[in-house]
Design a protein around this ligand. Structure first.
Ligand SMILES: NC(=O)c1ccc[n+]([C@@H]2O[C@H](COP(=O)([O-])OP(=O)(O)OC[C@H]3O[C@@H](n4cnc5c(N)ncnc54)[C@H](O)[C@@H]3O)[C@@H](O)[C@H]2O)c1
Ligand SMILES: N[C@H](CO)Cc1c[nH]c[nH+]1
Ligand SMILES: [Zn+2]
Length: 860
């Protein structure tokens, strides 16, 4: 039964305050002082329910749904919101506490909502409120005294009180004692006036430890100390501070009482290593004369498994299977997948329960390894089971005309229908783990991807074109006779409109200008380092380059330009392009062929993914082996590129890891919400593994809402809105209060694209930028200009590799060779230094190479 007080905690970050009142089992937080995110509830002790007071603000139905779906138990709302939330949207009334005047309407009384009355009420009104349902009644009036609180509590009304006005002590001047409130509601018919008290452990086991007795004094002491304190029946003047001498103390987690207030439940965490029972130090009094240790007290099932696995994790015998699983991530992953498949295939009841048990076991091993306990999982299950859905604006059934045709079956709920990015406010109280999680890209582990990619690489190495034909059929759904198209390319494969030609021509011209400007000014650069010592450097193009042009969820002829133009500017003699044929037509995109033709490519490999990269890196019977592979792609492409650059057999380098697109936008209150939203969405639409980040500087609530609304409005009408919705699911808005902090975060994230939509954006470039692929300065520089036509390159480092890699540029297609010319004067300048250093390294031949020359010249 409810503890007779609901403490109001002004800040959810005030952990000490929350811990202090955890014995109550419930707290009320104000809605406006923080943002409630998906994992909000998980930061509170598991024993606490969190209600939110939204009665002072104007939250809408969507926000109410979001709060309830994020694990908020009940929402305190004003009476005027009832119609919208409960009647029209159909949200469950038992999840609301309605702040009300003294006489709620009959309609309201017909719901299961609780009531919070905001002025003192007569006993009659109280009866009227409580009689129409077994509901909780709260009192929310101001200037409450201990007397009034006790009086209300005795009537079964729960006062809502600021935690700063509450005390855990039996009496503290000017404060209301929660233990007095609790004890004022208790009754007992025992002749000794004591209360029978059951002691249990917390979730998930709730093991009953034993039955003892409490007095008013022992309850006061227990709450004040936060410990298990009981009443000795033999010595009535003595309180029993459990474990005071033995060390077997108990941390008091929560206090409950039964329906008629004469039985108390203490939920306690016993100190490690001690039992409760006076016999043989048994963990619990409920034993059959056998020794029950804490580990055995978990009984059976998942709680027992959880405990056993933690013991094993901390102390598993070497060579045990569980130990092996903890240590071998790939074995554990493989077993999980295997058990999942077996469960899917199982049919009979016996098989299903057998396989499900296996799956739970491996899933729990994974969780324990990652520091997650069963209680954490159960907490999440509870949050999910409390999810609500709103009525979709349909008329209530009673108002629907009988003859109306039945509504079509509702479509499955879209993922992230609100196109929401989770918001995190950064201040000194923000958990750094939240920020770290927000700035973590949704990539699959390299080892997992490698497992898929390695067999592909081996197959193409062994079987050449035959493998390409098979894999293109398997992954791209196109059966080819020959996977290689040689130049000159047939005209009919590159028929495109004049507008398209013009767009390509403008873009190529700008890309060419920007990349030509990157060529060294002179054919050879020479400087005299010491008198008579001339050191030079000159660039030479890499001869054979393989350019990967993505073609999975979208064909990207622009990438053919971004790679092909600098290759041509650098003077590469052989350009090979690879791109998968379109599933729908079975052909290459004509724009890609047109660009390949314009740039003088020698062939096009009609394949995608790891197979295309392998074919270019090692060569096949009709594909020339390339010296360098360049270009962006999905995780298969990137993994294959990483593999070939490490294989000395391939003798092949790569440009950089250029994976799923990403953008980080820094915006302030000056930014145009439509511009900000459009840039976020233009990268979100690339793929579900893309990530977009908004860093808001000093944003007002209204501005943030404007951004969110603009994202939603634009996203809803995009043809790739489903991809966008999934991408936004792991994309975040981070709110900071200075430009310095914004750039600090951005530099640590090292985004592929950085967009500055802030006042005086230009003044921050280049000084504030340490890590980024490409920067877009000011509201009128959309990211898509850089994707296509402005001239900068769009093949850029992702995954945070902007810390050490540049985007593709002319130098990416060149290598730089050095040369030197040492004269007699030069030998005089450095000869002795060389001989001294060679001597210390013990490399006599090195020393001699200088000595013979200097001797012949008479310099020694
Ligand atoms: N960083 C950059 O500079 C940059 C530039 C442009 C595009 N991009 C990114 O490139 C990516 C392109 O990805 P995409 O998937 O659309 O095209 P893609 O061409 O990179 O990959 C498609 C290929 O992946 C292979 N594949 C698909 N499923 C497979 C599986 N299960 N096993 C093995 N291989 C499989 C197929 O062969 C298919 O042809 C996007 O993430 C986009 O954001 C990045
Ligand atoms: N934004 C991508 C790089 O991350 C490139 C691209 C090509 N077409 C459209 N966009
Ligand atoms: Zn793009």
């Amino acid at each position: 039964m409810t503890f007779p007080v609901l403490p109001v905690i002004s800040s959810p970050a005030d952990k000490a305050e929350i811990e202090k009142f955890s014995v109550v089992g419930k707290i009320l937080l104000p809605v406006d002082s923080f943002k409630i995110s998906k994992h909000f509830i998980n930061q509170f002790p598991h024993s606490i329910d969190v209600d939110v007071d939204a009665s002072q603000s104007d939250i809408n139905v969507d926000q109410a749904v979001e709060l309830l779906n994020h694990g908020i138990k009940k929402l305190l709302i004003k009476e005027s919101q009832v119609e919208d939330f409960i009647e029209s949207a159909g949200l469950p009334s038992y999840r609301f506490i309605v702040r009300t005047s003294t006489s709620p309407t009959d309609k309201l009384l017909a719901t299961k909502a609780a009531f919070a009355v905001d002025s003192e009420i007569s006993q009659d009104t109280y009866k009227q409120l409580s009689s129409s349902g077994n509901r909780e009644i709260y009192y929310i009036g101001s200037s409450i005294t201990q007397d009034l609180a006790n009086k209300l509590a005795a009537l079964g009304i729960v006062p809502i009180i600021e935690s700063s006005n509450l005390s855990t002590k039996a009496s503290e001047s000017g404060k209301i004692s929660i233990s007095s409130l609790f004890t004022s509601t208790l009754t007992t018919d025992r002749p000794d006036g004591l209360f029978t008290t059951l002691i249990t452990t917390p979730a998930p086991a709730y093991t009953a430890l034993g039955v003892v007795y409490s007095s008013i004094d022992s309850i006061h002491a227990a709450i004040a100390e936060g410990e298990g304190v009981y009443q000795s029946r033999k010595r009535r003047d003595e309180l029993w501070y459990k474990g005071k001498t033995s060390g077997a103390t108990q941390k008091l987690i929560k206090l409950e009482k039964d329906c008629d207030s004469d039985l108390i439940k203490f939920i306690v965490e016993p100190r490690e290593g001690y039992g409760f029972c006076h016999l043989d130090n048994n963990f619990t009094c409920f034993h059959d004369g056998e020794l029950v240790t804490k580990d055995e007290s978990y009984g059976s099932g998942l709680a027992k498994l959880d405990n056993t696995l933690v013991q094993r994790f901390n102390n598993a015998p070497e060579g045990s299977y569980t130990k092996r699983l903890f240590n071998d991530e790939s074995l554990l992953t493989a077993k999980l997948k295997e058990e999942l498949d077996e469960l899917i295939e199982a049919e009979s009841k016996e098989e299903v329960s057998w396989e499900a048990a296996d799956l739970f076991y491996f899933a729990m091993v994974m969780c324990i390894k990652k520091g997650v306990r069963l209680a954490d999982i159960e907490r999440n299950l509870d949050i999910k089971s409390g999810k609500v859905t709103r009525r979709k604006g349909d008329a209530k059934p009673a108002y629907l005309k009988k003859e109306e045709p039945a509504a079509p079956a509702p479509k499955p709920e879209p993922i992230n229908p609100e196109y929401k990015m989770e918001t995190i406010v950064l201040n000194e109280k923000t958990d750094p783990k939240l920020v770290e999680k927000a700035l973590t890209r949704p990539v699959q582990r390299t080892s997992d991807i490698m497992k898929l990619v390695l067999p592909i690489i081996e197959k193409v190495q062994k079987e050449g074109n035959k493998a390409l034909i098979e894999l293109t059929e398997k992954f791209d759904g196109v059966k080819l006779n020959d996977p290689v198209l040689k130049a000159p390319f047939p005209k009919e494969l590159m028929e495109i409109s004049d507008d398209m030609k013009e767009a390509i021509d403008i873009s190529i011209s700008n890309i060419e200008k920007f990349h030509a400007a990157q060529l060294p000014k002179e054919k050879i650069t020479t400087i005299e380092t010491s008198p008579g010592v001339y050191c030079s450097r000159f660039a030479k193009p890499i001869e054979n380059v393989g350019l990967y042009v993505p073609g999975g969820t979208a064909v990207l002829p622009s990438t053919a330009m971004m790679l092909g133009v600098p290759a041509k500017v650098a003077g590469c003699s052989n350009i090979v392009i690879a791109s998968p044929p379109a599933r729908a037509t079975g052909k290459l995109t004509p724009e890609v062929v047109y660009v390949a033709h314009k740039l003088g490519a020698s062939s096009i490999v009609m394949a995608g993914g790891a197979q295309a990269v392998t074919a270019m890196a090692y060569g096949t019977e009709s594909i020339v082996k390339c010296d360098k592979i360049l270009g962006p792609g999905n995780q298969f492409v990137t993994a294959a590129k990483m593999y070939v650059q490490n294989d000395t057999q391939a003798l092949c380098s790569i440009d950089m890891p250029a994976g799923p697109s990403e953008v980080l936008v820094i915006a302030d209150n000056d930014a145009d919400a439509d511009f900000v939203a459009s840039d976020l969405l233009s990268q979100a639409e690339h793929g579900i593994d893309s990530q977009v980040i908004l860093i808001g500087v000093n944003l007002t609530d209204a501005k943030l809402k404007e951004f969110e609304l603009a994202v939603r409005k634009q996203a809803e009408v995009l043809p790739r809105k489903e991809i966008v919705a999934k991408c936004l699911q792991h994309s975040y808005s981070l709110l900071v209060d200075s430009y310095d902090e914004a750039f600090k975060l951005s530099n640590s994230y090292a985004p592929e694209h950085l967009i500055l939509q802030i006042k005086d954006a230009k003044s921050y470039v280049p000084d504030y930028i340490q890590n980024a692929g490409s920067v877009f300065v000011g509201g009128l520089s959309p990211e898509s200009c850089g994707d296509y036509s402005s001239g900068t390159n769009h093949t850029l480092p992702t995954y945070g590799y902007a810390r050490q890699y540049s985007g593709v540029n002319t130098g990416t297609f060149q290598k730089f060779i050095t040369s030197q010319n040492v004269t007699e004067e030069g030998l005089k300048s450095i000869g002795k230094a060389v001989m001294t250093l060679a001597a210390v390294e013990g490399l006599e031949a090195h020393r001699n190479a200088v000595q013979v020359r200097m001797e012949k010249l008479g310099l020694l």
